[in-house]
Design a protein around this ligand. Structure first.
Ligand SMILES: *Cc1c(COP(=O)(O)O)cnc(C)c1O
Length: 480
């Protein structure tokens, strides 16, 4: 070992010396003594390595203490962090889908702080049912006779299949055997539910006579699936739910309709393209209709099953129902969310999903133009910043081919050479912000669709922390 190195190593403080600094004192107050001791040891070990490798001067006690504090601050950040969704996909499954209405957040908070009459009938002082809290609202909003709620729509489909088609046939059109991202594939869910898949028709065309030919004594149900995330165009045919309902009734088997996103209101009122409503699916004669809580409905994750009373009674007797049920927190949030639908005129003010989807493009374009100077300052002269028109998507498989006019910022590296890396480092710097920004990369630019940006001042203030020189993660420099 060289003499200079050995001298540097001796200059490194001891753990005790570091702990005696005021910086360490403040860290102990915040994080506790044992956490600080651990972090100081880690930082010291890294400093020893760096000194041995001849990288710069040995840090002093206060620098080590500061480093340890930064290390602990980063560790204290929640893993499930709030991010700014500027991807242009409003209901982004990987970013948590729907934002919850304030009333629903409050309701969930109250349900967490106190005991609640979850399965308790306050009128009679007897045991009540979990489903009682939503049944009335769901029936009112959909026109169904009865309703229940489970963990998500995948669970709703599983439960329906398992209740009516175990070891029996479930008839589905080949055009509706879809995969919804992640691992939700209709044929696989059917297999796990114990139902036997009976495919009818072809990929592009299925007729009523195909269903009729497949019906038999072993048929458990007919399943109709809304092909949420893709469209077949050209020479196509599908059987409308009303005609299927008639056929199902003649053969005394239930028709279950998986609507996917489903919506309780006609979105055309906000200038969006029509998606079939749950009430329409019920009115068309489906015996059971399943749909999600956190897609267009704008609530927390949940799956609803609405339909005929006798069938819901069978579902409720299925032991799987217990394994798929929702807790009081989500029930409270769902009840508050559904209640908002009683006043559709004010839905756009109160429900974030509708508010964001209905936000006019010219308002977003004005926001984009206002933000250009602040963003240009933050990213520096190596990038150009432009207000651009773009298209948002609803997401989560709702209306996959429809896009909504929107606006945003396109940030592009000025230099052609090394442009790809400049783009990646910009996207990465945006993700390292205190509230990480997630945009999309499109034709040599990071595009930030501003449809979901509502806190303009907060966004501008956060930009001050943008660090384009930084590494892959916000780590204090002395810590490996
Ligand atoms: C999204 C979707 C599902 C799954 O719903 P989750 O609530 O995500 O479980 C099932 N079926 C269809 C048609 C869908 O679009």
């Amino acid at each position: 070992m060289a003499d200079a190195e050995a001298a540097d190593l001796r200059k490194l403080p001891s753990v005790d010396e570091v702990l005696r600094t005021p910086e360490a004192g403040r860290a102990v107050e915040r994080f506790g003594r044992s956490a600080v001791v651990g972090a100081v040891r880690t930082v010291l070990a890294a400093a020893r390595e760096a000194t041995r490798a001849g990288e710069g001067d040995a840090p002093d006690s206060r620098e080590i203490a500061d480093s340890a504090r930064r290390h602990l601050e980063i560790e204290a950040m929640p893993s499930l962090r709030p991010v700014l969704n500027l991807t242009g996909t409003v209901l982004h499954t990987n970013l948590g889908r729907a934002l919850i209405a304030e009333v629903a957040i409050e309701a969930a908070g109250s349900a967490m702080r106190a005991a609640v009459a979850l399965e308790f009938d306050l009128g009679g002082g007897r045991r009540g049912e979990r489903d009682d809290h939503l049944r009335g609202l769901l029936c009112e909003l959909t026109g169904a006779e009865d309703a229940t709620v489970v963990n998500n729509n995948a669970a709703a489909v599983l439960l329906v299949l398992n209740t009516f088609a175990v070891n029996r046939g479930a008839i589905v059109s080949r055009g509706e055997l879809i995969e919804i991202g992640g691992a939700f594939r209709i044929p696989e869910i059917m297999a796990r539910s114990g139902a036997q898949l009976v495919e009818v028709g072809t990929t592009n065309r299925t007729h009523l006579k195909d269903y009729a030919a497949a019906l038999g004594p072993d048929t458990g149900l007919i399943l109709k699936v809304h092909t949420s995330n893709y469209r077949i165009e050209g020479f196509t045919a599908e059987v409308p739910a009303a005609a299927l309902a008639e056929l199902a009734r003649q053969h005394k088997v239930p028709l279950a309709h998986d609507l996917g996103s489903g919506t309780l209101v006609d979105l055309a009122r906000w200038g969006l393209v029509r998606e079939p409503t749950v009430a329409e699916a019920v009115a068309a004669g489906a015996d059971l209709v399943m749909f999600s809580g956190d897609k267009l409905l704008g609530g927390p994750q949940a799956g609803f099953i609405v339909g005929r009373k006798a069938l819901l009674a069978q579902i409720n007797r299925n032991p799987l129902k217990r394994a798929l049920r929702v807790d009081k927190i989500r029930l409270a949030a769902l009840e508050a969310t559904l209640r908002l639908y009683r006043d559709p005129d004010r839905l756009a003010e109160r429900l974030p999903t509708i508010r964001l989807l209905a936000r006019p493009a010219d308002e977003i374009a004005m926001l984009a133009r206002r933000l250009v100077p602040a963003v240009a300052r933050a990213v520096g002269s190596a990038y150009t910043v432009e207000a651009v028109d773009c298209r948002s998507q609803i997401g989560s498989g709702a209306l996959p081919t429809e896009t909504i006019a929107s606006a945003g910022l396109a940030i592009a590296p000025r230099a052609r050479k090394g442009g790809g890396r400049a783009l990646e480092s910009l996207a990465s710097a945006l993700r390292r912000l205190p509230v990480p920004i997630v945009g999309r990369i499109e034709q040599n630019a990071v595009v930030l669709d501003l449809r979901c940006l509502e806190d303009e001042a907060g966004f501008v203030a956060d930009l001050a922390a943008l660090d384009l020189g930084g590494g892959p993660a916000p780590r204090p420099k002395a810590v490996p």
